[in-house]
Structure formats: structure tokens, C-alpha cells
Ligand binder design. Sequence first.
Ligand code: TYD
Length: 133
Amino acid sequence: MMYDLLNFKTHGNYAGNLVALEKGEEFPFDIKRVYYIWGTDRDAVRGRHAHRKLEQVVICTSGSCDFILDDGKERATVHLDNPAQGLYIKGCIWREFTNFSADCVVIVLASEHYDESDYIRDYQTFLNARADL
Ligand code: TYD
């Protein structure tokens, strides 16, 4: 499986909804970094890379976008539009995201600090890395 969809426990009441994420049964790793993306043109394509070691959980907290995941053999498109769901990506998976709604805000929780040497930004290098696994 290229990814998991995590369904977060939602505390809802008259005032709206709240999701709390802590390492443990509901969350798979210690969070070392958080980044977020917004104000992206609908047709822009972000990502276009894989990671060697990094684990990430991607949450679309507002609006919607599409994540395209690729393990070198198959591609899957995951439509994200639910703030109570997290897309968990682990292992060497090529990812692209696009089709952003105007109100789209994507928050990414990452298992490691930013490290350019963990990125594979060339698709053929990614295929070679997959072949070596
Ligand atoms: P990049 O990973 O290329 O974004 P995307 O894959 O979403 O298109 O990052 C864009 C810029 O932001 C790049 O100059 C690196 C910088 N950056 C950081 O400094 N820290 C981070 O945690 C991330 C994810 C990016």
C-alpha cells in the first residue's frame, strides 16, 4: 500500500469541531516539523519529488486538493477534503499535488527536520531507487 488514510477522532459540539493529534495509537511518529501551504493556483503542481526516509501526514484543513502517489509501478489519486482525515505517506513514494480549491490549506506533519539530501527530485533517480529496494 502506498499510503494510509488516518481517520482522526473528532471532538464535536455546539461550537464546532476539534481534532487533537498526539503520538500514540492515533498518530504514527514523533512530529519534528510542521509546514503549511495555501494560496496555490488550481492548476499548479507541487511536490514532484520522493523522500528517502521521511514520514509525513498530510491534512487538508480547508478546501480540497488531489494527491497523486506513485510507487514506480502504479499511481493512485487521493482527493483530500476532510480536516478529520490524514494522508500518511511512508517510504519512497513519488508525490505530486494539484487541483487546489481557492480556499485550500494543506498542513503537513513530518517525522524529520528539513533535509534536502532526503529528497529525490528527479523521476528517473526515483525509479532507480525503487528498483534497488
Ligand atoms: P518544496 O519542498 O520544493 O515544496 P513543494 O514540494 O511543495 O513544491 O519547498 C519549497 C521551498 O520551501 C524550498 O525552497 C525549500 C523550502 N522548504 C523549507 O525551507 N522547509 C521545509 O520544511 C519545506 C517543506 C520547504
